[in-house]
Every structure is written in C-alpha cells, then in structure tokens.
Design a protein around this ligand. Structure first.
Ligand SMILES: Cc1cc2nc3c(=O)[nH]c(=O)nc-3n(C[C@H](O)[C@H](O)[C@H](O)COP(=O)(O)OP(=O)(O)OC[C@H]3O[C@@H](n4cnc5c(N)ncnc54)[C@H](O)[C@@H]3O)c2cc1C
Length: 355
C-alpha cells in the first residue's frame, strides 16, 4: 500500500484550508500528501460568515460583505457599523472549487475516500474528524437556513441582521439572522443554542416560513438553497498523539460562545505552515485561554438562564461595535474584555462561577 509523508483526514473546511496554505507556500514540492475525504463531489453545503479581523486566502470566494448590521430583541433594534472589520460570507462552492483546482496542479497531492486505502503507519496526520461522545448534557448550536429569491426588490443589501431574538424562544435560546446578498436574494437562518437530543425545535421549515411571511412580511419568494447543521459548543476529545494534530472543529477551533470557526481555521493553517519543517515539536495552537474561560462562564449562564440571553447579547452590543467584534473574534485586549464584562449582568455571571 502506498505511503505518504502527510495525511489530512477530512477534506472539509479545515483540511482543504491547510492543504491550500501548504501548497501556495510550496511546502509540498518535495513531500507527498494524501487527503482522505469520503464525499463523492464537492458542492455548496455551507456559508461561512465572520468579521474580517485578519487577512485570509479566500477574498475571491466572498459572496457578499457588509459594513452595517443590526441586532433585535422584542421592541428594540440596535443599528451598528462594522466598517473597520467588514462582515464577510464565503460561499463554500467557490471555496471548494478554488482549492481543488489548485491542488490538482501538484502530483504529490492525492485524494482517497478511505484511510484504509493507504498505509498511514509512518505518516504525520492532520485530523479534522472530531471524536464526539454523545452526551445529552452538552450544548450545541443547531441551525437551518434557506436562500430565497424575490421577484421585486425587497431587501436592503447594505445592512445584515446578525441576531433577531424577536421569535419563539421555547425555554431555550433562539434567534434568526438574515444576510441580504442583493435586493432580491438573502439567506435566512434559524439558530438554536440547546442540547443535542432536543427535537422539539427541529420544525425548521415551519419556523422559517413563519418568520419570512409573518415577520419579514414577504409573501412572494422561492427557496433556492437550504443548509442545515450543528456545531458542538464544547471541545471534542483531543488526546495528544505523537505525529498527529487535530484541526478544525476537531482541533478546538470553534469559539464556543458563538460557533465562529472559519477564521480560526485559517489562522491555525497559517501557524502549521509557518512551523511545518518542525511540526512534530511545535507547541500546540489554541484559542487564547481567556476566551475559553469567559465562554465557559457564558455557556453556564446560557444553560441555567436561557431567558436572559437575548438581553445579554443586546447589552453586549452597547459596547463599541469594534470592541465587541474584536472580543467575539479573539482579538480583544484586556481593557476591551473588561468593557464587555461590565456590560454583562454581573451577579448572574459571578454566580455562574460556582455552578
Ligand atoms: C451549516 C453550517 C454553517 C456554518 N457556518 C459558519 C459560519 O458562518 N461561520 C463560522 O465561522 N463557522 C461556521 N460553521 C462552523 C465551522 O466553520 C464549519 O463547521 C466548518 O466546516 C468546520 O470545518 P471542519 O473542517 O472542522 O469540518 P468540515 O468542514 O465538516 O470537514 C470535515 C470533513 O471530514 C469529512 N469526513 C467525515 N467523516 C470522515 C471520515 N471518517 N474520514 C475522512 N473524512 C471524513 C467530511 O466529509 C468533511 O468534508 C458552520 C457549520 C455548519 C455545519
């Protein structure tokens, strides 16, 4: 069986981002790489959105970028600017196409469907398939979104809605978000923060229909694309193994309070590329511990007091938008952290330290 210097298990967002980063920096000129990916073809399956707080390789895969956003709770709307850090949406079909075409140029990179097809004994492995124990106590972010098209101009495509909590909460945390790609096209997504086995919230089609027709007051539209998924709001088990590094969700690249992962994946890929020649002895890359600590408290409050979360998010955005964006994107300094913490319901958060 064939052997490779490196193996990437899972050719999704993290696996492909890493392979691309290594390829464009010519790290695979004299080395071989196998990518293990079971899917038969790459087609659009996700829309990755984030505030652009650092540069990345995929500006040409951006479907749309915004400099204004809003957040809503019942009876209140806050309009905010993000011109320093525009919010970008990457179209996964453009991302997959760009990367797979580039990787095809290098004969040293080969795709396989199953790890069993090669001999992996002596290879260095980058693994993006999380080992997740089904634990009913763990929190997940569940969501389902549809892209819709209208015949007449309907959306204001200069501003996106980050979170609209003016919807049925069902003793959980629920919001919609709307990304208008143009005056006639938008992604509308329903998002729940809750336990995995809670099926009572999965009537997504009805929720979305009701929101579009009765909240956005849009009656004439057609659905052109649908995406559905769940992100673990806990770290998958990450045993340290020699010659193996976990990447992507499996490697703890998800920010637990928000689900944002895409830019962390890009920064992790860059870190691996910079240390590639000595990767087995390089310190593990992690999201800064202070965010892990703060997110842990945040999720404890969320679990105990879901009814307080819409107000908490709304109040957080009373701090300067740049500060909140930097905080949510792991780029804030101590004073910025403090200004966010001061916006939180202090007693509730202090009590959460002792749950
Ligand atoms: C629908 C959806 C929308 C999201 N939106 C955002 C967003 O807006 N912003 C953001 O920052 N994050 C977002 N995320 C979170 C995160 O960015 C994505 O989940 C991202 O795809 C994670 O990358 P990954 O490589 O870890 O996992 P994936 O992209 O899922 O890649 C894992 C790959 O492993 C493959 N695989 C599975 N089993 C095996 C196996 N046994 N052997 C080999 N390969 C296997 C899969 O086919 C897949 O291609 C979203 C997640 C989902 C599910």
């Amino acid at each position: 069986m064939k052997e490779f210097d490196y193996i990437i298990i899972g050719g999704g967002c993290a696996g492909l981002s890493l392979a691309y980063e290594l390829e464009i920096h010519e790290k695979l000129k004299d080395k071989t790489l196998a990518i293990i990916e079971p899917r038969e073809e790459y087609k659009k399956d996700k829309t990755w959105s984030f505030w652009k707080v650092v540069t990345h390789n995929f500006d040409d895969c951006i479907k749309k970028s915004w400099k204004n956003f809003s957040i809503n709770i019942p009876g209140k709307t806050n309009h905010l600017k993000c011109d320093h850090y525009p919010y970008q949406s990457v179209d996964s079909s453009l991302f997959y196409k760009k990367i797979t075409s580039k990787l095809k140029e290098n004969k040293n990179i080969v795709f396989f469907r199953d790890l069993k097809e090669i001999n992996s004994k002596n290879s260095f492995i980058f693994n993006s398939v999380p080992s997740i124990k089904k634990d009913h106590r763990n929190l997940w972010q569940h969501f389902c979104g549809v892209e819709i098209e209208t015949q007449n101009n309907f959306f204001d495509d200069k501003i996106f809605n980050l979170m609209d909590f003016d919807c049925d909460q069902r003793e959980s945390v629920h919001f919609f978000y709307t990304l208008p790609y143009s005056k006639t096209k938008a992604l509308v997504e329903t998002t729940w923060l809750s336990k995995m086995n809670d099926n009572s919230q999965k009537d997504y089609d009805n929720q979305i229909k009701d929101y579009i027709e009765n909240h956005l007051n849009l009656k004439n539209y057609k659905i052109t694309y649908k995406e559905e998924g769940a992100i673990p709001l806990f770290y998958p088990s990450d045993e340290t193994e020699k010659n193996k590094i976990n990447i992507g969700t499996a490697g703890g690249m998800t920010r637990l309070s928000t689900g944002y992962t895409f830019l962390n994946i890009q920064e992790h890929s860059k870190y691996i590329r910079e240390n590639f020649e000595n990767i087995s002895n390089t310190k593990k890359y992690k999201i800064n511990k202070k965010y892990q600590f703060l997110d842990d408290i945040f999720l404890r409050v969320l679990e105990k007091h879901p009814e307080k979360m819409s107000d908490t998010f709304f109040k957080m955005f009373k701090a300067s938008p740049n500060t909140v964006i930097k905080f949510l994107s792991n780029k804030s300094n101590f004073l910025e952290d403090l200004s966010i913490i001061l916006k939180m319901p202090k007693l509730t958060f202090i009590k959460a330290l002792f749950y």
